[in-house]
Design a binder for this molecule. Structure first.
Ligand SMILES: *Cc1c(COP(=O)(O)O)cnc(C)c1O
Length: 374
């Protein structure tokens, strides 16, 4: 079976871990963590990058930084991973789901303004498949209504919108280094703070609500409990692994993009015959080939496609069950307006294997898919 995902390892991870081991500093914020922070700040332009245990915990930090109160609202797509909503629901806020665009499958910016109420505090955008949302419009709406923009950039490391790296356009951004993402550490993530506004408090929240980071920089002479917080920082072993990946990020990105292009070239014939719809990449977006997906005409067609691919030895998978139709989404959130595109995409989308090394199997995958679509 050709798997849907296979985590890529550069070959230098264990060497880095051996160094961390030799350094004898195993808790967080050692030399490797600092190097990862510097890499992220350089590559995104964020004022402050902070490694976390996951994108989920970075989103939770953003919710804490927003000081959300019970009943506050956060606008987001329903077509996303549960953590986008859970992070805010954990603070008692209500996820307000807005439909997505039929082309990029991202939050439909034309529907956002109508969903704003006096309780709205933030917009959480998700850059699906590493393709940017229409950020200029979203930032402009947020500015006009005094809302904060949080980017769930879990899938979007190294992607850009009009040349600007994703995750550092809104006030805060959350990245994931889960093994299913492009740059990995098993579990892992980072919070990006675009400018200094949230940076210092983010450090405090991440260090159990203490000013420990300032203490280590010699800015205060003792450290103490100063705010709400938790333990959001990963240990050095995780950061050491991640640094090996960051050192090769450019090559990983190029190889993934080459695979994505091969899929897209192959799939065009089926799109021309009206059998599938291909991903749309707007001109202003440079993506990171996080995912290659096809949109089939119906749920039945997709179910048959996945079964036929499996019979040919290729694992393909669908994606999100819309949050507005999930039990917790119905209990904790509410949809604003129709969810037509969300529901259709959830039924019709299928993801194809995209990982470093799948190059050797692409001809098999294409043959299997040609057969499944014939
Ligand atoms: C993967 C993913 C997450 C969760 O990332 P973790 O690092 O596993 O917490 C959140 N949002 C989106 C859109 C994702 O794709």
């Amino acid at each position: 079976m050709i798997p849907f995902n296979k985590p890529y390892m550069t070959g230098r991870e264990l060497w880095h871990i051996a160094q961390a081991h030799a350094n004898g500093h195993l808790s967080g914020d050692g030399q490797f963590t600092k190097r990862c922070h510097a890499w992220l700040e350089q590559n995104t332009g964020a004022n402050r990058a902070l490694l976390t245990h996951s994108c989920t915990s970075a989103l939770e930090m953003s919710a804490l930084l927003l000081d959300l109160q019970e009943g506050d609202e956060v606008i987001m797509p329903s077509y996303t991973f549960v953590s986008t909503a859970n992070a805010f629901a954990l603070r008692g806020a209500v996820p307000v789901f807005v439909d997505i665009r039929a082309d990029t499958l991202n939050l439909d910016e034309r529907l956002v303004e109508a969903a704003i109420t006096p309780r709205t505090k933030a917009i959480c955008v998700v850059h699906y498949a590493g393709v940017a949302c229409e950020m200029d419009t979203i930032m402009e709406i947020a500015a006009r209504h005094g809302l904060v923009v949080v980017e769930d950039a879990a899938q979007a490391i190294m992607s850009t919108y009009k040349g600007r790296p994703l995750g550092a356009i809104g006030e805060m951004g959350a990245l994931s280094f889960h093994e299913t993402k492009n740059i990995i550490s098993g579990e892992g993530g980072a919070l990006l703070c675009r400018d200094s506004q949230y940076a210092e408090r983010a450090e405090i929240i991440r260090e159990k609500g203490t000013n420990r980071s300032r203490f280590f920089r010699g800015q205060v002479d003792k450290y103490t409990w100063v705010d709400r917080g938790s333990s959001f920082l990963p240990g050095e072993i995780t950061a050491a692994f991640l640094m090996a990946q960051m050192d090769e990020a450019e090559q990983i990105n190029q190889r993934r993009l080459a695979i994505w292009e091969r899929y897209n070239t192959w799939a065009r014939q089926h799109a021309d015959q009206g059998k599938v719809r291909l991903p749309t990449i707007p001109e202003q977006c440079h993506h990171n080939a996080h995912m290659y997906y096809l949109l089939l005409p119906s749920l039945q067609a997709r179910t048959a496609f996945i079964a036929n691919m499996k019979a040919s030895g290729v694992q393909t998978v669908f994606h999100y069950i819309p949050l507005h139709s999930a039990p917790a989404g119905q209990a904790l959130g509410r949809p604003h307006g129709a969810m037509t595109v969300t529901d259709t995409v959830s039924d019709c989308l299928v993801r194809l294997p995209l990982w470093i090394g799948v190059e050797d199997h692409l001809d098999t995958i294409f043959a299997a898919a040609d057969k499944a679509l014939s």
